[in-house]
Design a protein around this ligand. Sequence first.
Ligand SMILES: C[S@@+](CC[C@H](N)C(=O)[O-])C[C@H]1O[C@@H](n2cnc3c(N)ncnc32)[C@H](O)[C@@H]1O
Length: 177
Amino acid sequence: MDETLQVIKNYIAKNKPKTILEIGTAVGYSAMCFSEFLQDGGYIDTIERESTCIEEAKQNFIKVGVQDKIHLYEGDALEILPTIQKTYDMVFIDAAKGKYPFFLSQALRMLAPKGIIFADNVLYKGYVMGGYHKHKQRTAVRNLREYLKEVTENPELKTEILEVGDGLAVSQKKSDM
Ligand SMILES: C[S@@+](CC[C@H](N)C(=O)[O-])C[C@H]1O[C@@H](n2cnc3c(N)ncnc32)[C@H](O)[C@@H]1O
């Protein structure tokens, strides 16, 4: 398991969230790791748009026997997120880097008091902190910078940027907000 997932898994094992939202399932590896440590009766909602990943993730959930704990939303998170009306103890953002500010606005709308948001790849190979990047990476870099500005300046959040993997932003909602 990579260092980033290990950090998140440690948090979950200690804090036992009941509800998790994941944006970016791929083939379900992280969702399956997290499902082990949910509170009793807890569940994970995870969103994926690539049909080949969706099929593989579904098979994996059945193979491992976690299909009752993980609900897979099939489609683009940009369309699905605004339709979800729930509260989550934890949100894991791990999808298109250019959309992180939108994912953040949706995560904040649904985050429980003391809830936590993990966002992976926020340092994007050093480009976000000023490393040279190519034109095609420009939108992702700009939006990741916007994400980091929002989470560090939002008075409702306490944020740490961890230099694990490709950069992990950890933002916890303060209890009195
Ligand atoms: C890095 S992978 C996720 C890995 C997974 N969380 C894990 O750790 O096992 C990112 C995934 O997000 C999906 N994705 C990217 N943008 C998306 C969007 N707008 N809506 C839904 N899925 C998206 C991609 O298809 C890809 O499978």
